[in-house]
Design a binder for this molecule. Sequence first.
Ligand SMILES: Cc1cc2nc3c(=O)[nH]c(=O)nc-3n(C[C@H](O)[C@H](O)[C@H](O)COP(=O)(O)OP(=O)(O)OC[C@H]3O[C@@H](n4cnc5c(N)ncnc54)[C@H](O)[C@@H]3O)c2cc1C
Length: 457
Amino acid sequence: MAAAMLDSLQAIFAADAVSVEAAECAVYAYDNSRREAIPDAVVFPTTHEQVVALVALCRGQGIALTARGRGTNTTGASVPVSGGIVASFERMQRILAIDVANRLAVVEPGVLNADLQIALKPHGFFWAPDPTSAPFCSIAGNIACNAGGPRAVKYGATRDNVLALRAVNGRGEEFRCGKPTSKGATGYDLTRLLIGSEGTLAIITEATLKLTPLASDKRTLRATYVDMAAAAAAVARIMAQPVTPCALEYMDDEALRLARNHAGESIPVAGAMLIIEVDGETDALPSAVAAISQAASGPGLIELHAANDAGEVARLWAARKALSPALRTLAPNKINEDVVVPVSCVPDLIAGLKRISAKHGIPIVTFGHAGNGNIHVNLLYRPEDPQQARNAPACLSDVFDLVFTMDGTLSGEHGIGLAKREFMPRAIDPVSLELMRRIKTQFDPEGILNPGKLLPD
Ligand SMILES: Cc1cc2nc3c(=O)[nH]c(=O)nc-3n(C[C@H](O)[C@H](O)[C@H](O)COP(=O)(O)OP(=O)(O)OC[C@H]3O[C@@H](n4cnc5c(N)ncnc54)[C@H](O)[C@@H]3O)c2cc1C
């Protein structure tokens, strides 16, 4: 980095909040995609004003600027592929307000999801997005990726749970969008536009989040099936009746085997399993459980079991949450997708994935948020096997083709980043893609914010 640029950064940030040390820059080079590109410098903002000055500096010098939460995204979205500066928000971790009368919380971008949930619990509220990575990922990262989790089936993903944002666009202009109100019909919805924009339109410096009251009670069911088709059909039946579960998770046979490695005998042997939860007032739960149980029952059901105590529930979820890292033990180079299809298409998606796996000789393991039609599709291939290495890209392409024939989409919650941008022209019609490019130009004419992400070249 040029000495003059370093001087300018040191004029904005305290001495311990700028680093050009190779070892420190290397720490901010990668994310959970395992892609890597070393930035020229890392800065650690602590105020909104520093971010305004930083963007103005980068714009003036034509230097790339990549915002970073905790680097847990799976698509390369926070890898600084054009070098330049990484702004890590790990030092902006304050919860500024919890306002239960207005059902909102105001937070700095680097607050960890789990820390916010812990702070909200004594007030009887929660913030709906609950990614499995909650203890390690930031609220701004959740916002930038439109993160979800098991609860999204009932309570929505991030886009449904943010009221307002404070941000700085690529021109260096600061702005606020949205209001701390539960309704608003005043022009274009820039808040929702920034959600899922992966740091390519603006840097978020403050977020006003919509809170939801904690349900007073919950029941957890485990349903096992002879095969994936039977479980997928049950998902469609459950979502077709009026009681909305607050979690409806699916695991195929291989995912179950991995879960058993983690949690032992408490996970049954079966062709597929659903974890189903319903929440609400205690008095209302028996009838809700009865309705869900009836829908879950049908051809291929092996057993429907209600968890007996909190320990059993915790073991079930621990096994489900261990799946993503556990898959790496089978295939360090797994291709991890999170496609979404309309829920009624989940049975056809599962059947189609089986055919694609057989055609290419690539094992595919599936699990995920079936109640949203959001299935994590993991292609487990060994790069040292020449045939598998050759077939993997074609296999992935067939998976996406299958999803598109069902009017589904590339990503339910992980986003596009580097990993999926080349598929965007197949997922989005040409006019929409062009509108997206023009929006990007309005927010960031020089293209300094997280270049090389989301939109294809
Ligand atoms: C084990 C594991 C389980 C996971 N489970 C889930 C899951 O269940 N559901 C789910 O949705 N995701 C899941 N994820 C993915 C990941 O945790 C989420 O995408 C998360 O939202 C990323 O947050 P982060 O703080 O790590 O952001 P990062 O990975 O650092 O960044 C993500 C994006 O946010 C942008 N960004 C960061 N801060 C700002 C800012 N201040 N302003 C503008 N843009 C910014 C970055 O530029 C980047 O584009 C999982 C990941 C792991 C490793």
